[in-house]
Design a protein around this ligand. Structure first.
Ligand SMILES: NC(=O)c1ccc[n+]([C@@H]2O[C@H](COP(=O)([O-])OP(=O)(O)OC[C@H]3O[C@@H](n4cnc5c(N)ncnc54)[C@H](OP(=O)(O)O)[C@@H]3O)[C@@H](O)[C@H]2O)c1
Length: 351
């Protein structure tokens, strides 16, 4: 990945931290987008302590095979840049994207990783229920504003959005901004993770012509602070079989590196899997997309057309129609995964 530029949201801990480290060990420059400067600096220091020049475990810590060790290189401090990003704030998202767009930055890999899970009711600075706000809307907003940087990639660019098996019972309700009165922490998480999966699918179809690939993935059930204080079952019993954060980044890495990726696919254990059928419902996807465009005030399709100089298809078709009227020319192995699919769910139920 020498010379490639990757952006990782939520890079300071858990799966995002390990993803950042793995990309940097493969030679990438990583933009660590984090909401807290101190935590981000500590994360950078940790990566350099693990894999920096002269560290004893550079080629032995978290290495899948001896062949792998041969291609890993020590991480240099200048490979890791910190950019402030709070996905709860459209101001912060805009400022993060501006920093990159103003210097005509190129982004080859975008990892939409940051997330919150099953938390008490809260809203973003912009008044959106926080799980839908951070997990879906914040990433929609960021990805849209970063389009010019992604389109500059010569590789071409790839977008990996972290969803979850929790998307399976997810819904895209009429009222997308879940009100406090009917708020369910778990259902809000499920809905937000289905929305992030749809984000990845929609990006794949809109950006296909530009050769940009977009996929979503489930990292597994991973021992990270996302579970903190939530489910006793995971804390007391689950530890031995839960994945480590390094194991949890393997499917993300696969999605970054694989040469035979299915555009728009949902990946789990490095294989494309079936997902919630709502993600194939055009009306549902369009409703979600329209809500994201209206709520953020940032219109993905318009922005894309502006950059690529493509005509507005809706205008073109209404033009064709008026000319007509004027008489002119006229999965596969999903069963084996069922047990694991239920992991998050059973933990939730067991509380
Ligand atoms: N762990 C699992 O079992 C599991 C399973 C399925 C899916 N996932 C998904 O995997 C992703 C990573 O989760 P994880 O397990 O690594 O969780 P984690 O350890 O809690 O890390 C979450 C990261 O997101 C960042 N974040 C949270 N809110 C943010 C905001 N408003 N703006 C910017 N960054 C924010 C956190 O930053 P701070 O440190 O500042 O809070 C942290 O860096 C999430 O999308 C999660 O839904 C995890």
């Amino acid at each position: 990945m020498d010379g490639k530029v990757a952006l990782v949201t939520g890079a300071n801990r858990g799966i995002g931290l390990e993803t950042t480290a793995e990309l940097a060990r493969r030679g990438a420059i990583v933009l660590m987008c984090c909401r807290n400067q101190t935590r981000a600096e500590a994360a950078k220091a940790k990566i350099l302590e693990w894999y920096g020049e002269g560290q004893p475990e550079v080629k032995s810590r978290n290495v899948a095979s001896p062949e792998m060790a041969a291609i890993l290189t020590p991480v240099k401090p200048e490979q890791l840049s910190i950019i402030r990003l709070n996905l709860c704030s459209s101001k912060s998202i805009t400022s993060c994207a501006n920093i990159l767009c103003e210097v005509d930055a190129t982004i080859d890999i975008l990892i939409n990783n940051a997330g919150i899970m099953a938390c008490s009711y809260a809203t973003t600075e912009d008044g959106i229920e926080s799980q839908m706000g951070v997990n879906f809307l914040g990433h929609y907003h960021l990805t849209t504003l970063l389009l010019p940087c992604l389109l500059r990639s010569e590789y071409p660019a790839r977008i990996v959005t972290i969803s979850s098996v929790a998307q399976k019972p997810g819904q895209i309700p009429e009222e997308l901004n879940m009100p406090k009165e009917t708020y369910s922490p778990l259902q809000a998480y499920r809905n937000s993770k289905l929305a992030t999966l749809i984000l990845a699918k929609q990006l794949a179809s809109y950006l296909d012509k530009q050769n940009i690939m977009s996929v979503s993935c489930h990292p597994g059930v991973v021992k990270t602070l996302i579970w903190r204080g939530k489910y006793k079952y995971f804390k007391d019993l689950g530890k031995p079989w839960m994945k480590s954060p390094w194991e949890g980044t393997q499917t993300t890495l696969y999605c970054v590196l694989a040469t035979d990726l299915t555009n728009g696919g949902y990946y789990k254990n490095s294989k494309v899997k079936t997902c919630n059928p709502l993600a194939d419902d055009t009306q549902v996807c369009e409703r979600l997309w329209k809500w994201a465009e209206e709520t953020t005030g940032v219109q993905f399709t318009k922005l894309l057309r502006g950059i690529t100089n493509e005509p507005d298809e809706s205008e073109a078709s209404s033009h064709d129609q008026s000319e007509d009227q004027a008489g002119g020319d006229t999965d596969e192995d999903d069963d084996t995964d069922k047990e694991e699919d239920n992991d998050e769910e059973s933990a939730e139920d067991s509380e």
